[in-house]
Design a protein around this ligand. Sequence first.
Ligand code: FPP
Length: 258
Amino acid sequence: MLNKIRLWKNQNNSSTLRDKIEEIKKLPVPEHVAIIMDGNGRWAKKRALPRVAGHHEGMKIVRKTTMLANNLGIKTLTLYAFSTENWKRPKNEVDYIMKLPEEFLGTFLPELIENNVQVKMMGYQDQLPGHTRRAIEKAMEQTKDNDGLVLNFALNYGSRAEILDAVKKVLNDHNSGILKETDLNEDVFSSYLMTANFKDPDLLIRTSGEIRLSNFMLWQLAYSEFWFTDVLWPDFSEGHLLEAIDVYQKRQRRFGGI
Ligand code: FPP
């Protein structure tokens, strides 16, 4: 009897989720969603587990979120997985996070390929351990012809460094006569950033109750809608993503107009 009730509950929940997905699809969905996946450490602490257990659980949520984003027709999903400041964490934690792309892609790459997902990365690749870089490069290579969702990992990414590097490249191109001052505008400057080929995020989500950007896409988020939740990343469900998009769809974006 108990099992029957459980089965009914599960079926009922998944049909509610399906209904919600269909509802959301009736209105335009954000083309680019960026997520600051925060709260893994606290999730683990609450369970008296080591912090890395939270990161491992967080990795599973990356998969669920990617699949739903793809299903909804979102074009780009950018996930902040490791910042240029995260190297300050204890070595064992950094080493663990650096192994996650391998584990994630080792397990889910076939599923990503099957679902037409294209894997990309933005961030400073050179400082990543070889095994991390190779896992990502392999995934990028094997998914480069896919034209579904772009799953963009922000790994060893920092927005201030990105902007400074863009300024240096602009100066170089100016000094060598490739770029005239009069030709430099916002679109041209954007093309010097790591996100050159992406539209700016329409929606930014941050989990875990922190209300800050933590050096994430400072230029690109100028006109994005923000959605913050107290939910810790390992507890972030499909329902939460749908809720964020529902709120987004109800907002009026004016881009400085009226
Ligand atoms: C922030 O939570 C989270 C990170 C720095 C790591 C995020 C990484 C993942 C979710 C896994 C990524 C998966 C792949 C495939 C790359 P925190 O540790 O700062 O949490 P806290 O604020 O509660 O301590």
